[in-house]
Design a protein around this ligand. Structure first.
Ligand SMILES: Cc1cc2nc3c(=O)[nH]c(=O)nc-3n(C[C@H](O)[C@H](O)[C@H](O)COP(=O)(O)OP(=O)(O)OC[C@H]3O[C@@H](n4cnc5c(N)ncnc54)[C@H](O)[C@@H]3O)c2cc1C
Length: 400
């Protein structure tokens, strides 16, 4: 089987457990046993997957770099610039870890008045960590949430989704990725259980009429580039995929697997990050830079550059490849707080909307910078979801 395509879809949808709890996913699992009572599924309510419940369609460009995120230090005139961009489909997931590395470099300069360019996932976490380290911080950005691209993400823990190409990274990158991943995860723990649930654990179900070994066929084009996958390095952070025996779940698919992973309710979470930053005395200024030389106008001598896809134009960094992704947003249903992946579509019940995302394969949208929403594609992904939820059992048949 094409394990890479399959793992890509798995990673892109937040299925962090790449393997069955006891067995590699590439092999056909044994006939699953009944679930123990403590592991029985809760009653799951179906998503009302109707095209007239789409309240918006958004498109975002993942800032992908084959070599992984840029985190080096550069001198521009009298400024020290620490780069923190190029996180592909993993920007939210790796944000705290990546920003912690950028902040360490900024603090090593000895300066305590620091500028951050960008107010997305990486800018906000850089600014927050700088404040926690004792710096006075000003964010300069063209957009702030909810206008930033980060606000249009799916909002799941996907730390190695479109993060790099296996053959393009330096030998030390996998260990650096692991450091970023563990630091991020650890910081996210402190956002659990808060009012408004900015971050929460949710169950995710991988459904298919094909066996796990054949499932790559559900997920679209083959990965000919060789996207890197490092989830095996952090298996201890979240549960592996668990086979669900027939009759133990309400879905009409032949095969069902479950895991549990972090969900980011991005609207509330980014608002909280902005508010926390402002409460601590941070300032946000609306500025657009057109070339690195314009940084000379800033009073600060140390700058963290967290401009995401914007770095391609600003820094003339053509190593950034846009990877287009579209989401159809359905009106939220408080009773739907789980995710499913089915025939290449990922549906995730968030507090701020139900995400319907098509194109989970990592090749999908590669090198496509078109940010215009495609309404027809959005409706077709919602109809595909309707096919699933229309045949879902409500109540009964969900015991262990
Ligand atoms: C469909 C989709 C789903 C995704 N889902 C997930 C997910 O579930 N989990 C996950 O971890 N990641 C996900 N991602 C990836 C994630 O969204 C990105 O990695 C992340 O948004 C990058 O954040 P950023 O802060 O680098 O960039 P941005 O959010 O783009 O922020 C850049 C900031 O820099 C500013 N800026 C840029 N250029 C300039 C300039 N010239 N002058 C001044 N300011 C400038 C912008 O205004 C903005 O404030 C997804 C991406 C897509 C497309």
């Amino acid at each position: 089987m094409n394990r890479r395509s399959f793992l890509g879809a798995v990673a892109a949808a937040g299925f962090t457990g790449c393997a069955h709890r006891n067995q590699p996913v590439a092999r056909l699992p044994p006939a699953p046993q009944a679930l123990p009572p403590y592991d029985a599924l809760p009653t799951l309510m179906p998503v009302r997957a109707e095209v007239d419940r789409i309240f918006r369609v958004t498109v975002c460009l993942r800032p992908f770099r084959a070599a992984g995120p840029r985190l080096d230090v550069e001198r521009v005139g009298d400024k020290t610039v620490i780069h923190n961009y190029g996180h592909g489909g993993s920007g939210w997931s790796l944000s705290w870890g990546s920003s912690s590395i950028a902040v360490e470099k900024a603090m090593q300069t000895g300066e305590r008045d620091v500028a951050v360019i960008g107010c997305g996932a990486l800018g906000l976490t850089s600014a927050t960590l700088l404040q926690r380290a004792g710096a006075k911080v000003t964010i300069y950005a063209k957009e702030r949430p909810p206008e930033v691209r980060s606000a249009r993400a799916t909002g799941t823990w996907t730390p190695d989704s479109r993060i790099a190409l296996t053959n393009a990274v330096t030998p030390d990158f996998p260990a650096l990725w692991e450091t970023m991943c563990r630091r991020s995860f650890h910081t996210y723990e402190s956002y659990l259980g808060l009012a408004g649930n900015p971050v929460e654990w949710t169950d995710k179900y991988m459904l298919s009429d094909r066996s796990p070994s054949e499932r790559h066929a559900d997920n679209g084009p083959e990965d000919t580039l060789g996207f890197a996958h490092y989830q095996d390095r952090v298996k201890d952070l979240s549960p592996g995929l668990q086979d669900l025996p027939p009759g133990s779940h309400p879905f009409p698919s032949r095969y069902a697997q479950r895991t549990t992973s972090l969900t980011f309710n991005v609207a509330g979470y980014s608002r909280q990050l902005v508010n926390d930053f402002l409460v601590e005395g941070g300032k946000i200024e609306h500025v657009e830079f057109h070339s690195p030389s314009e940084l000379s106008q800033l009073p600060q001598k140390v700058v963290i550059n967290a401009t995401g896809y914007g770095a391609r134009a600003l820094w003339q960094d053509e190593s950034i490849v846009p990877v287009r992704g579209q989401i159809a947003w359905l009106i939220p249903q408080p009773e739907v707080n789980y995710g499913v992946m089915y025939k290449g579509v990922f549906v995730l019940g968030r507090r701020d909307g139900i995400v319907v995302q098509q194109g989970l394969n990592e090749m999908e949208g590669y090198n496509d910078a078109n940010e215009t929403p495609d309404r027809a594609a959005a409706e077709s992904s919602v109809r595909l979801a309707a096919e699933l939820f229309g045949r879902m059992k409500i109540g009964g048949g969900q015991g262990g």
